[in-house]
Design a protein around this ligand. Structure first.
Ligand code: ADP
Ligand code: MG
Length: 706
């Protein structure tokens, strides 16, 4: 294998490649376009497109595609060949500036949530120069992928990327105003993101025998194996050769297209793994995470494995999340959440820290809504996952500093220096990994926040958008208050901090987020506990939330409605697929296996009775226990027959998906409880039925054999 530095980015049209292939003025123009400072002229675009094509053809690319992220949450592409004919009808390769910049994929089958009615089903993709183009190769041929935004004829965003780019501008504005107030300088600000991706691997042979895994991405029935993860010996354990070979393949593919994978390890549950990249600017991190998910699933198949990205593939076993590490940096790369060594820098640090805490306090429910999905509903609040209640963990040292600022009624000079003294020691203390709270959904981890409630299959874009917007809003409020002070001294800044620390105090929680006592306490504090997807999503209907989302121009009214409706509809559709799959499995597999097993025991009992009779033994006491066992099997079977009919009936009674809200609440209230009952009878039967008769691969096979 060639060295990492040789392959890393070898398939990315990066700055160095651009510089080598482009004329100097065009290179300069492109760099400005990348920074969002200017638009390219058509001539420049033509030169860039041609250079890109030549470079891509050199890597065996035959096609190009505008690569985008529709509202399905995954990626989409439509390949076009570079092929065209010249005057003599000779085939030549050509790629023009206009082809690079804009394309019109057949958009009618992507969800638009009503923004694009079918008669004007036009959708356009446009190149996003801030994310570099790359060549994806599988086998011997490649495709030039052009990261793009996707929008409707009316200019509304039909994708995940557009709002993210808009939110970066909004955050940059408020954050640089804050820095200007604090320091007089006004740098551009970017949010930075590192998304740790968790996933399960199962053997394809077992996967292919489970309709639920194929159709829903998670098991709908299955009883717990005797050895779950109680032993926790998988975490950071030796990685099996087969898995390692898979990981190496994924990584080398990702390295080539510039995804900086950094760590890989076993996770807590058996067959669960994690990979984490080096953090990048948010837009790139979001693109890279989408590619990572695609790559995990594609390459797993080549290894006879299936990568499960669902948030809760196995009941009773840890689910999979995507820890979204988030911070802000200046254009020079200085991290705004890095505690400084001087009091002066610490003031900046504290200002941004408090802004984030205040943002989560004010917009925690909106943030929670961005991670709502049927899969995540099963994960949140169960087996080592944070609950749906948003709270912020700061650690004891920073909490002490917050309390100190809050409680010093009169911020005299001596008290300030006392605070400074504490701050000067910050870096050592908060980097101490013992001061961590794994149960918090939103934890400060030394120089960044870690949002742990994001689901493993979800796009990270929307959570970043809301985080960016909430922090921007919070900073604007703080900036306004600071501007109204008589000076910009540390004392004035501390005065502002004190106000916002007090106001946002309820969101801070240092204790165990998994405990029931926290659920009760959170309720007393008035923190929202939006347990399921439908109730989390309808937050978007509230006037104050719409005002928050529209006011900065990040999302327009129709874009909000579209996103909410699409999410509600997907939720309903997912549960519809799950419930009908469950019904099929019950009918074709569970009932069949159980009936057969029942007749084996019944026959055995019959045989025993006959044998006893022949031998003249009074059998009633001798066979009593066996008859009771038969009765146990048959009562579960009878119950299942009843619950399966109920399930059939509630599925039939479901409202049309077009009524997305009604339909989502219906599935949550009427269908899920019946699914749970069906499952409990199935699992009871599984635990009794002879394994020769049980037709489905069990948790034991799925989680321990590979
Ligand atoms: P931890 O031990 O807290 O998980 P790591 O250093 O392993 O810390 O980082 C976890 C993830 O956080 C990685 O993806 C890393 O790139 C990312 N990360 C580190 N610093 C930042 C930052 N300033 N902004 C965003 N993400 C970051
Ligand atoms: Mg981490």
């Amino acid at each position: 294998m060639p060295s990492l530095t040789k392959i890393f980015g070898s398939h990315v049209f990066d700055l160095r490649t651009m510089k080598a292939c482009l004329s100097k003025p065009t290179y300069t123009a492109l760099k400005r376009a990348i920074d969002g400072a200017a638009r390219l002229t058509m001539e420049e675009a033509n030169e860039i497109a041609h250079a890109m094509m030549e470079w891509a053809v050199g890597l065996n690319a035959t096609h190009y595609t505008h690569w985008f992220q529709p509202l399905t949450g995954r990626t989409a592409q439509k390949h076009d060949a570079f092929l065209t004919f010249d005057e003599d009808m000779t085939a030549i390769e050509r790629f023009s500036g206009s082809q690079l910049i804009q394309s019109e994929p057949d958009a009618s089958s992507f969800p638009s949530g009503g923004m694009r009615s079918t008669f004007e089903a036009r959708g356009y993709t446009a190149w996003d120069p801030s994310s570099p183009v790359f060549v994806l190769t599988r086998g011997s041929v490649g495709v030039l992928c052009i990261p793009s935004v996707f929008f409707s004829y009316t200019g509304h965003a039909l994708d995940k990327k557009t709002p993210l780019l808009r939110s970066e501008r909004v955050l940059s504005k408020s954050a640089s105003e804050a820095i200007e107030l604090l320091t007089g300088r006004k740098p551009k600000i970017f949010s930075t993101v590192g998304a740790e991706q968790e996933y399960f691997l199962v053997d394809s042979e077992y996967y292919n025998q489970r309709q639920d895994l194929i159709m829903a991405g998670r098991t709908l029935i299955g009883c717990q194996p005797p050895k779950g993860q109680q032993m926790e010996d998988h975490y950071f354990g030796t990685i099996k050769d087969r898995v390692l070979a898979f990981m190496e393949d994924v990584e080398s593919e990702l390295y080539r297209i510039g995804v900086p994978c950094k760590t890989r390890h076993n996770e807590v549950a058996p067959h669960q793994f994690e990979m984490a990249p080096i953090f990048q600017r948010a837009n790139l991190a979001a693109d890279n995470n989408q590619i990572t998910m695609d790559m995990l699933q594609k390459i797993a198949k080549e290894h006879g494995l299936e990568a499960l990205l669902n948030e809760k593939p196995f009941a009773g076993v840890n689910g999979s999340g995507k820890h979204l590490n988030w911070s802000m940096e200046t254009e020079e790369g200085s991290n705004l959440l890095e505690p400084g060594s001087t009091p002066h820098k610490n003031i900046r640090f504290l200002y941004f820290l408090v802004a984030v805490v205040n943002a989560i306090h004010k917009r925690g429910d909106v943030l929670r809504s961005t991670i709502a999905s049927s899969g995540n509903d099963h994960r949140l609040g169960a087996n080592e996952a944070p609950p749906a209640i948003m709270s912020v963990f700061l650690g004891s040292h920073l909490t002490g500093i917050m309390d100190m600022i809050e409680n010093s009624l009169d911020l005299t000079a001596s008290e300030i220096s006392e605070i400074d003294l504490g701050l000067a020691e910050l870096p050592n203390v908060i980097r101490d990994t013992t001061d961590r709270n794994r149960t918090s959904p939103f934890a400060f981890t030394g120089n960044k926040f870690e949002f742990r409630a994001v689901g493993s299959s979800q796009s990270i874009s929307l959570p970043i958008v809301v985080l960016n917007m909430a922090v921007a809003e919070s900073l604007s409020e703080m900036n306004a208050m600071l501007e109204a002070q008589k000076d910009r001294s540390e004392k004035s800044v501390l005065h502002v901090l004190k106000h916002f620390i007090k106001r946002s105090k309820a969101i801070r929680f240092e204790g165990n987020n998994y405990a029931q006592s926290w659920v009760d306490e959170a309720m007393q504090r008035g923190l929202p506990n939006l347990k399921t997807t439908p109730e989390a999503l309808v937050v978007w209907e509230r006037d104050d939330v719409r005002e928050f989302l529209t006011h900065s121009g990040v999302l327009a009214g129709p874009e909000i409605d579209a996103r909410m409706n699409i999410k509600l509809e997907s939720y309903a559709k997912e549960i519809d697929i799950e419930s009908t799959t469950l019904l099929r499995m019950v009918d074709s597999q569970v009932l069949a296996s159980s009936f057969r097993y029942q007749s084996v025991i019944a026959q055995s009992l019959q045989n025993l009775l006959s044998a006893n009779k022949a031998a003249g033994i009074d059998g009633s006491t001798a066979v009593g226990a066996q008859a009771a066992y038969l009765d146990k099997v048959s009562s579960h079977l009878s119950r299942l027959l009843v619950s399966r009919d109920e399930l059939d009936a509630v599925i039939d009674g479901a409202p049309d998906f077009e009524h997305s809200k009604e339909s989502a609440f219906y599935y949550r209230n009427q269908v899920i409880p019946v699914m749970d009952r069906v499952r409990s009878d199935c699992d009871a039967l599984e635990s009794m039925v002879d394994s020769d008769h049980w037709m489905l691969p069990t948790y034991h096979e799925l989680l321990f054999l590979m």
